[in-house]
Design a protein around this ligand. Sequence first.
Ligand SMILES: NC(=O)CC[C@H](N)C(=O)O
Length: 231
Amino acid sequence: MNSASTRSELKAGVLALQGDVREHLAALAAVGVQAVAVRRASELEDLDGLILPGGESTAMDRLIRAFGLAEPLKKFIASGRAVYGSCAGMILLADRLAEPAVDLAGQPQRTLGGLPVTVRRNAFGRQRESFETELEFAELSEPERPVHAVFIRAPWVEATSSGVTVLATVRIEGIDRAVAVRSGNILATSFHPEVLTQEGNHAELRVHELFAGMMRQNREVLPGAEVSRKV
Ligand SMILES: NC(=O)CC[C@H](N)C(=O)O
């Protein structure tokens, strides 16, 4: 039997259709999690968790539909296993988009949903398309040490429903904008802790550690829940 609950090592997938897949695979490996690229529904079966990487959410949405992955991914998210979306991944996890992109046929982009928030794409405006800053981030190890956060045409969380915890904010024009949130098994950040700095180190590994902790906790909450883990 090859189910998540019978393996001692945590195993996480990174959706590998588009975006910064390699960086997330490397960050997971760096925190001691077995990491695999996911392109097919069958590859979701024995995972403890899944990362939706940064990239371009409209392109990812198109590829998700083209590969028949929308329903399997929605089921995975609903199964309670840990899911983490960075940047475009946050957009894909949002239940609602403030201003979804519209394709040539006039169709608004769709999301997978699961995270009960409203997300605004490319929210920081032209002057701040890409920037780096130090953030306070709740729930991380060494909470007094700020997170080095890299934002690239990033979204923010504009509104949250109850049950959503805001873990980090950035103050823009006097308003604190949520850039890291958690709701149950779902974690999302507007920024990219997985990217490499000029020194070749990950910008931040503690977010992936938090994600690994969510996977570990899940194993305790859902011991031997093989049936519900099947996607
Ligand atoms: N770095 C990113 O993932 C950017 C997200 C991108 N702006 C989008 O809408 O999908």
